[in-house]
Design a protein around this ligand. Structure first.
Ligand code: ATP
Ligand code: MG
Length: 551
């Protein structure tokens, strides 16, 4: 018998080993965003890994804000991050902040000073980085390195009490200026920063550095598996060193490859710049790779999870194809989205043998996968719109939509025949005169089949709506390859937003789905918050078809 066993990823292997060997009884992970921006698709991967592993192994996940840089952080981001995590369908155990531990971290710093493991350095930032040496050359000791613990303690307390200006002094660990791992060349522990903190206000004017914060926070919370992205692997030895030096709970760090997507940027700094420069309408502009952006665009949490499942967890950086994400969105919406007919580029059709003034209401399924399920009522009248592209005057042999003398079925309803093409003085086609075949009504007698079916909207009942059709925000596939003499903003796609108007069947305006809907034969769209009583606005989520097939 063939068994469908999915191979474990490397993190699952580690966790299963740790549980089996008794190294840990249960697992506790954490998601550690810095509240200096909105979450993006890369964070979705991190969320799926951290929360997903905890769920799979009956453990828990803490939400811990990494808020040690008051200048860039804000409660707006704190709240938005929580909203996004909830939207993804994850529930954290404890909501915590690195700033909750400032007192404890400060105590540990004093302890290291008293043990001769840390000193106050008066060098400038420039002198410090110069003194650090290079990968090939050892660094040099700071002239302030041999201060006594008493003097260091006094100076550090004065730093804390606001006696010094920013940059005047820092606290450094006293390790080894010739250490082969540059991270160990007396790393900075504290810096002076006069900025109000979103939680601690003006209590502190010194703030701990990342390396002196992250591992200790993990340890205080007894995080068993601290999972982060690959660029932190060089920090791991230092992470372990602080835990060992302070003799505290041994959390461990593991690294996975960050998510990179074609045609997409995921640096919060650059995304913030796009917002601040007004190059997008905000963090939730539907072209942004932020979770609030893709949500407004109509992507679902289910699709994002499907995508994260498909890309898996690897230890090697790679550029993922955004088409795979779009494919997941289509998969999810295809199964769930309600269907409506919308004509974007209208061509008028007059049905010459239709009884004057008659309206016939057709009961059409909201989802073809459930023909007996919920339906909507669609009005058929003697004057309709079809897509201009669904008619061709000099049609090639293989064109199965409408052509002079040809027949097509109007979706859910009758077969019509094009009898006459009406043009204006310049020769532009303004209208088609057609006849309908009353016997071709579905369910009435024998089914007659024609090759083409097109969507349509009654001109009398149709509602005008606004469409925001989106394309990729950038037109360079690998945004890590922006040449030196260029800026990433040079690659903004000028056609990433095209606004159009369209005609919709009336039921669309009554739709109350929580997710995107399908405009039959064209794509998925979602109603936007910019809609007013006068005009309903729809964002394009993704087109209906694509030649892309995942491997
Ligand atoms: P950015 O570089 O966009 O500012 P960051 O790493 O500074 O991102 P954090 O808020 O510190 O953002 O990240 C929170 C968590 O999400 C971290 O564990 C981080 O490693 C992870 N993360 C951030 N970007 C990605 C990504 N592209 N792919 C996977 N995980 C990511
Ligand atoms: Mg960060």
């Amino acid at each position: 018998m063939e068994e469908n066993v999915k191979k474990l990823n490397f993190l699952e292997e580690i966790i299963e080993d740790d549980l089996k060997s008794g190294k840990v009884d249960s697992i506790l992970t954490r998601f550690p965003p810095e509240p200096n921006g909105y979450l993006h698709l890369g964070h979705a991967k991190s969320l799926c890994i951290n929360f997903g592993l905890a769920q799979k192994y009956g453990g828990k996940t803490n939400l811990r804000y990494d808020d040690t840089n008051p200048a860039k952080e804000d409660t707006e981001y704190v709240d938005a991050i929580k909203e996004d995590i909830r939207w993804m369908g994850f529930q954290w155990d404890k909501e915590l902040y690195a700033s909750d531990y400032f007192d404890q971290l400060y105590e540990w710093a004093e302890q290291m000073i008293l043990n001769g493991q840390a000193y106050v350095d008066d060098q400038t930032q420039e002198e410090i980085s110069k003194g650090r040496g290079t990968v090939d050359a050892p660094g040099v000791n700071s002239p302030w390195r041999d201060r006594t613990p008493e003097e260091n303690l006094r100076l550090f307390r004065e730093m804390r009490d606001g006696k010094y200006a920013e940059g005047e002094k820092v606290l450094r660990a006293k390790i080894d200026m010739a250490h082969p791992n540059m991270m160990f060349r007396d790393p900075l522990l504290y810096r002076i920063k006069y900025a109000s903190h979103h939680r601690t206000g003006d209590k502190w004017c010194i703030y701990p550095m990342y390396d002196f914060t992250h591992g200790q926070c993990d340890s205080i919370e007894h995080i068993t598996h601290s999972i982060c992205t690959l660029e932190f692997d060089v920090h791991r030895p230092l992470y372990d060193w602080f835990i060992k030096t302070l003799d505290i709970y041994p959390s461990h760090q593991y690294e996975f490859a960050r998510l990179n997507l074609t045609y997409t940027l995921m640096s919060k700094r650059k995304l913030l710049e796009l917002v601040q420069m007004g190059l997008v309408s905000g963090w939730d502009d539907p072209r942004m790779p932020t979770l609030c952006g893709v949500r407004r665009r109509g992507y679902t949490a289910e699709a994002l999870k499907m995508f994260c499942e498909k890309i898996g967890v690897s230890k090697r950086d790679q550029l993922m194809d955004i088409q795979l994400l779009e494919w997941c969105v289509r998969q999810d919406l295809n199964a769930r989205a309600r269907r409506y007919m919308v004509v974007q580029d209208p061509l008028k059709v007059k049905i010459t043998n239709w009884p004057e003034g008659q309206v016939e209401w057709f009961d059409c399924p909201l989802n073809p996968a459930e023909p007996e399920g919920a339906s909507r009522k669609v009005p058929f009248t003697g004057e309709l719109y079809i897509e201009r592209a669904d008619f061709m005057e000099d049609a090639p042999h293989k064109f199965f939509r409408l052509k002079p003398g040809g027949e097509v079925r109007l979706k859910y309803t009758y077969i019509i025949k094009c009898e006459n093409v009406v043009k204006d003085a310049d020769g532009n086609i303004t209208e088609l005169e057609c006849t309908y075949d009353p016997a071709s009504k579905p369910g009435a007698g024998e089914w007659r089949s024609v090759k083409g079916t097109v969507h349509w909207v009654s001109t009398e009942f149709g509602k005008e709506i606004e469409l925001r059709n989106y394309d990729r925000l950038f037109d360079l596939a690998d945004m890590s390859q922006v040449p030196e003499d260029k800026d990433y903003k040079d690659y903004l796609n000028p056609n990433s937003l095209v606004v159009a108007s369209a005609w919709a069947e009336p039921a669309l305006l009554e739709d109350d789905s929580a997710i995107a809907v399908q405009f039959e034969r064209t794509g998925y769209y979602i109603k936007d918050k910019d809609s007013t009583k006068e005009k309903t606005v729809f964002n394009k989520t993704v087109s209906l078809k694509d030649s892309y097939k995942p491997e």
